[in-house]
Design a protein around this ligand. Structure first.
Ligand code: NI
Length: 395
């Protein structure tokens, strides 16, 4: 079967490059993927799949029906671009000013379409149904939630996904057992002091000074009170407060992101942060408010499905193109929300140019993809989704 899959992928590879370039040159922001969704739906319909549009707002779902096996295998791709002005001189560069596919979601969408094309063309009787999820708004961590609210995970027994990675060379695949990405939560702290004359601090409660104590104490307390083997990154990225240089500020708002890998660490963070903030504020007479909003959990790859993907990548691409990734990333990925409904795995698709000294990182205006990655992605994903049906049904 692998050789049949390979020959179909080979045959459609020029078309896949064409698709990827079309999507790349027409990026759309999160939640506004109207044209991309229409284009994706068009390609899927032309393969003869059952297509449903406007799922999860601007998402697309397509199904390739199978036989008697009641399991459903979901394959997920995200479609949104970023508010970044592209600085790469390509014939198919972004035509939308200030918007760019700088996170490779154009490649993810192309690979998803490629797998649909391959499975449809092989015209196999697959035991169960394959469901393709083309989701919007991954960059704002909303799209997966919207899709799930519209029922795309109903009946799903496993879910597969990928993300491009410029530090893995093109044609190779990176596999990670366990946590791939971090949980990412939003933090807002409001410090309320008392305004006063800039020259008479003893008559006021200086919210700016107390806020800086809060920021410093949080950073120091992580290193002294939290298990260093369970990483936490707390970044305050925004501070708002004060009205004039000679007036002591009464209110300061701190906004940040909190990243962690272990669910138990994540669960205790809101209470721990509050205890630090309360301690500092109490010492200096300020009041505070804390709003801790849970974002997406960590992507925790399922061992069986990860093993299957590793085996399939090794067979399809050659063992030298399989990399085991030893460290997780503290980035976030809303693929993790699907994993709250079914086991799954996400792999890293290498897109790095091997003949270049620099491969610019994701979200960089000069981020670029070695397109030979597309074939590797489709081969790995298509073969894994074919072999999935040979796993014992554990549902
Ligand atoms: Ni991304």
């Amino acid at each position: 079967m692998l050789s049949q899959i390979k020959s179909v992928v080979e045959a459609i590879s020029p078309r896949l490059v064409e698709i990827r370039r079309h999507i790349h040159s027409h990026p759309e922001l999160s939640g506004q993927e109207y044209k991309t969704a229409a284009y994706v739906a068009g390609v899927l319909s032309s393969c003869g799949l059952r297509v449903q549009e406007l799922v999860g707002k601007t998402g697309v779902v397509a199904e390739l029906p199978g036989g008697e096996d009641s399991r459903i295998l979901a394959i997920r791709a995200d479609m949104d671009g970023l508010p970044i002005a592209e600085r790469v001189d390509l014939p198919f560069a972004s035509t939308q000013s200030g918007i760019m596919h700088a996170c490779g979601h154009d490649v993810h969408t192309t690979v998803g379409l490629g797998v649909a094309m391959v499975l449809a063309q092989l015209n196999l009787p697959l035991p169960g149904t394959t469901r393709f999820l083309f989701q919007p708004a991954e960059e704002t961590a909303q799209g997966a939630r919207w899709m799930i609210e519209d029922g795309v995970m109903e009946g799903v027994s496993a879910v597969l996904g990928l993300h491009v990675y410029p530090s893995v060379p093109a044609r190779a695949v990176g596999i990670r057992y366990g946590a791939l990405t971090a949980a990412a939560d939003d933090l807002e702290i409001v410090i309320v002091g008392e305004s006063g004359h800039g020259g008479r601090p003893h008559e006021a409660i200086d919210a700016i000074w107390i806020a800086s104590q809060v920021v410093t104490t949080l950073q120091q307390a992580i290193s002294r009170t939290q298990n260093p083997l369970h990483p936490i990154v707390l970044t305050i990225g925004q501070i708002q407060g004060g009205r004039a240089p000679n007036v002591i500020a009464d209110t300061v708002r701190l906004l940040g992101t909190v990243r962690s890998l272990h669910p138990e660490t994540r669960n205790h963070l809101p209470q721990w942060i509050e205890s630090v903030v309360a301690g500092v504020c109490q010492a200096y007479g300020a009041k505070y408010e804390i709003h801790y909003r849970r974002g997406v959990p960590s992507v925790l790859n399922d061992p069986t499905l990860t093993e299957l993907t590793a085996r399939c990548a090794s067979e399809a691409l050659g063992n030298e193109y399989l990399q085991i990734i030893h460290e997780p990333s503290l980035g976030a990925e809303d693929f993790s929300l699907y994993l709250e409904h079914a086991p799954g795995t996400m792999f890293r698709l290498g897109v790095g140019f091997t003949d270049r000294a620099i491969n610019y990182p994701l979200h960089h205006p000069k981020f670029e993809v070695d397109e030979s990655a597309i074939v590797a992605g489709v081969l790995t994903m298509a073969y894994t989704s074919y072999r999935y049906w040979q796993l014992p049904d554990v549902s």
